[in-house]
Design a protein around this ligand. Sequence first.
Ligand SMILES: Nc1ncnc2c1ncn2[C@@H]1O[C@H](COP(=O)(O)OP(=O)(O)OP(=O)(O)O)[C@@H](O)[C@H]1O
Ligand SMILES: [Mg+2]
Length: 316
Amino acid sequence: MEHTPNTKPVSEIRGILDSRALPCEEFSALWEAVFLPQELKDRLLSQAILNFTLRGRLDRATVPLHGVMVLVGPPGTGKTSIARGLASRVAECVEAEQSFRYIEVEPHALASAALGRSQQAVKHLLGAVVAEQADAGPLIVLLDEVETLAADRSRMSMEANPIDVHRATDAVLAQVDHLAARYPNLLFLATSNFPEAIDAAFLSRADIVETLPLPDAEGCARILSDTINALALHYPAVAGLMDHPEFAEACHLCQGLDGRRIRKVVVSACATSKQVALDPGSLSASDLLAAVHRLRQNGGLQTAAMPTQVLQELLS
Ligand SMILES: Nc1ncnc2c1ncn2[C@@H]1O[C@H](COP(=O)(O)OP(=O)(O)OP(=O)(O)O)[C@@H](O)[C@H]1O
Ligand SMILES: [Mg+2]
């Protein structure tokens, strides 16, 4: 099906959350800030590079590569961050005549398109907008929470307009096939914390499916230290708490928590008392340890009375 070309800037198109040139500093910093086993990071980067060096040279009948990488794992394990970071790192590594571009699709905007319209919305977005961007040069597309877009057709309940969702999944599969054949310089990075809900035919098209694990002991210590160091940029005194034995204990107790929660522990510790909230520089290792204990006991999170800018930096 032919589509009329878009006249709107891509960032203003419904279903597009972000559009930018790659590499970019913000995304490259994310690659560094998510601590994962080195071999996993190496594998992800190598697979993504291969997409641009090898995929276009191979006969698809023999080696059916689709230019789709899927990252799965529990919430807060860094899937979205590492996908953005990966996009930027690939652009740094691969030499191309045109510069790399990045777009991020917002599946919810497509799935919630007016009743019966998601199929058309998906076709338009992938078949026209993505194709047009891919025509212009190497392109990396993030499909965050892909289960919304490529929902498992075999699990559909009959309540929530299943025909439309069914057709939307069909449209995603058809478009991925079409784009894979036509654009060797296109890479989809898809994420999901609910892989059981992704359609099997979509997963079968993935060139790689990687599970991001919860941080191990070393990962917990690195995440906690990294977050304290970010706080120390504003309140230098807090750096000293990392020399305390209670800090090591707090790191140890963070095992089993995801990276997002571990970063939030620091904020939560700053909410221990009004005094620390007013002066986060007075945060101690025992405040931190107490915050980890609280988190483990009730599974809840505390919010801290901390300047918004600092809070955003810690949790971004
Ligand atoms: N392994 C990790 N190392 C360092 N930081 C991490 C790690 N995992 C998660 N984080 C931090 O947790 C926050 C949330 O990460 P992100 O949004 O990428 O997770 P996600 O897996 O996409 O979560 P969700 O499934 O809820 O969408 C970010 O600030 C990220 O830096
Ligand atoms: Mg995410």
